[in-house]
Design a binder for this molecule. Structure first.
Ligand SMILES: NC(=O)c1ccc[n+]([C@@H]2O[C@H](COP(=O)([O-])OP(=O)(O)OC[C@H]3O[C@@H](n4cnc5c(N)ncnc54)[C@H](OP(=O)(O)O)[C@@H]3O)[C@@H](O)[C@H]2O)c1
Length: 259
């Protein structure tokens, strides 16, 4: 019997290829492993943390699929291009692209400068834009793309100005990509998780307050987990979601509904 909340998926991605940026740890690792459990060969990206990448590689190989780790800085367009060259050379196709990696400067507006803007927009919004452009021709049999946003795209979180702007750009871009790629059988959606307790929160000066608030005030009664996000990505990249495209799906246990 499945446990409550457990998502049952067949190996519907057998022989297919998925690429998850920032797939070495946190939410991206949960997504990578979930895609591998569905039979997909998984390419995942990381930037600096080799230990986490090695551990993820082992978890993916345990699922009996082919796995490839790419150490690339996604603020560099050349590095993005090389990642897709590697995917094409190794697998010759792509079926699922999850643009999950994120980086950014968290500071009050008055302390932000052009460098912070460029780094944040490049790592998040441009990486989704360039990745989507390169993924499209590799999805010869159609496919599914998922971008990663957050509540800060629409609401104001302390110090989150440029990251919020980069996430809003991802949401807008996904709608255009969804319409323009529909004829190729490619769907493009975005997921927007609430607070998830990953290493990313270490960069937030008010980490403890955010976690406390999310734990005590989320209507669903608990924090969102990486597996909650992976389950939604599973759904969006499955045939069950064939008619869902250009949407932003919030995964926050109702937290964003509160005033
Ligand atoms: N955690 C949350 O509460 C939350 C809430 C809403 C949305 N999200 C979104 O969910 C996604 C995943 O977040 P997370 O919390 O799982 O993050 P995380 O634990 O900090 O992991 C970030 C991942 O991205 C990679 N990465 C960072 N900078 C990169 C760069 N310049 N080039 C290539 N890869 C890079 C990291 O690689 P290394 O480890 O090698 O550096 C790592 O694999 C992000 O888009 C984030 O904005 C998170």
């Amino acid at each position: 019997m499945p446990r409550a909340g457990e998502v049952l998926m067949e190996r519907d991605l057998e022989g297919k290829v998925a690429y998850v940026t920032g797939g070495s740890r946190g939410i991206g690792r949960a997504i990578s492993v979930a895609l591998a459990k569905r039979g997909a060969n998984v390419v995942f990206g990381y930037f600096r943390n080799g230990d986490a990448a090695r551990e993820t590689l082992r978890l993916l190989e345990d699922e009996g699929v082919k796995a490839l780790a790419l150490k690339r800085n996604l603020t560099d367009p050349e590095a993005i291009s090389r990642s897709f060259d590697d995917i094409e050379e190794t697998f010759g196709r792509l079926d699922v692209f999850v643009s999950n990696a994120a980086s950014g400067v968290i500071k009050p507006f008055a302390e932000l400068n052009e460098r912070a803007w460029r780094w944040t927009m490049d790592a998040n919004a441009r990486a989704f834009f360039l990745g989507g452009s390169r993924a499209q021709p590799l999805m010869r049999d159609g496919g599914s793309m998922v971008g990663m946003s957050s509540g800060g795209a629409n609401r104001v979180l302390p110090g989150y100005g440029v990251v919020g702007a980069s996430k809003a750009a991802i949401e807008a871009l996904a709608r255009y990509m969804a319409v323009e790629m529909a004829a190729d059988g490619i769907r493009v959606n975005v997921v927007s998780p609430g607070v998830v307790d990953t290493d990313a929160l270490k960069h937030f000066p008010m980490r403890e307050e955010m976690l406390d608030r999310a734990r005590t005030q989320t209507p669903a009664g608990r924090l969102v987990t990486p597996d909650d996000v992976a389950a939604t990505v599973d759904f969006l990249t499955s045939e069950k979601a064939t008619m869902i495209t250009g949407q932003v799906v919030t995964i926050d246990g109702g937290a964003g509904l509160l005033a």
